[in-house]
Ligand binder design. Structure first.
Ligand SMILES: [Zn+2]
Length: 241
């Protein structure tokens, strides 16, 4: 459910500014993305965060507020990526620097999901990425999903570590922390987060029996080429064939 009814022209609390219909919609897309992140069991509690690029800045989930009790007015706006939040009734997620740093480094990224899923985070605690053990690793845009170096949560250095590990891909693991996924839309970033956790779970299971056989660079190049011709469904939420 999108809570737009009667919301057009509503003043954003603490700002004196009137929201546009597009902004109200994007705020609810973020709220629903955060709720789905937990419903899909790729995150729990108030950890993790969701954002979308908006204008010259971004909209992001607030700090320490249950997603079930959040509404569009709780989403925090940054008018630019290098500024402080623009008023509002909530403080932004402690990971706002992570999101702002990725948007700054990656102009084509429109939405970001950061979560703490069980298996992917377990691999990240081992400082292990996800190699080409399955062709769907290419859903993140490359031949592997890398694990970043460690940096303290909420720090500018974590943003730098994530940007390094992402390169031009759309997903990475964060050492001893969780994952980050990117997309043009919240639906895309969320779908990729679900895929990363599914891949991490498969990889984790395969490692219980032995060392998985990795696909060659040549095969992954072929898969990546095929992915270029694959188009996700109209919701923008698909990750691969
Ligand atoms: Zn986190």
């Amino acid at each position: 459910m999108c809570g737009l009814a009667g919301g057009v022209g509503r003043t954003v609390p603490g700002t004196g500014r009137v929201s546009t219909r597009a902004e109200l919609h994007q705020r609810w897309v973020i709220v629903e993305g955060a709720r789905r992140m937990n419903a899909l069991r790729i995150n729990h509690g108030t950890s993790g965060n969701v954002s979308a690029r908006y204008g010259e800045g971004m909209l992001i989930t607030p700090s320490a507020l249950s997603y079930d009790h959040m509404d569009g007015e709780d989403i925090v706006e940054f008018a630019s990526l290098d500024s402080r939040p623009r008023g509002g009734r909530r403080r932004p997620s402690t990971e706002w620097r992570l999101h702002a740093g990725i948007y700054t480094a990656r102009p084509m990224v429109g939405a970001i999901v950061h979560a703490h899923p069980m298996h992917a985070t377990s691999l990240a605690c081992l400082r292990r990425g996800i190699p080409a053990f399955h062709y769907l690793v290419a859903a993140a845009g490359g031949r592997e999903i890398r694990c970043s170096r460690y940096a303290t949560f909420g720090s500018p250095d974590l943003a730098a570590a994530a940007v390094e590990a992402l390169g031009d891909l759309n997903a990475c693991l964060l050492a001893n922390h969780g994952i980050v996924t990117c997309g043009r839309t919240v639906a895309q970033a969320l779908a990729l987060a679900v895929e990363v956790e599914a891949l991490a779970t498969l990889y984790w299971h395969a490692l219980q029996v032995g060392e998985p056989v990795l696909l060659t660079d040549e095969e992954m190049t072929r898969v990546l080429r095929l992915f270029e011709h694959y188009r996700p469904d109209a919701s923008g939420g698909g990750t691969g064939p």
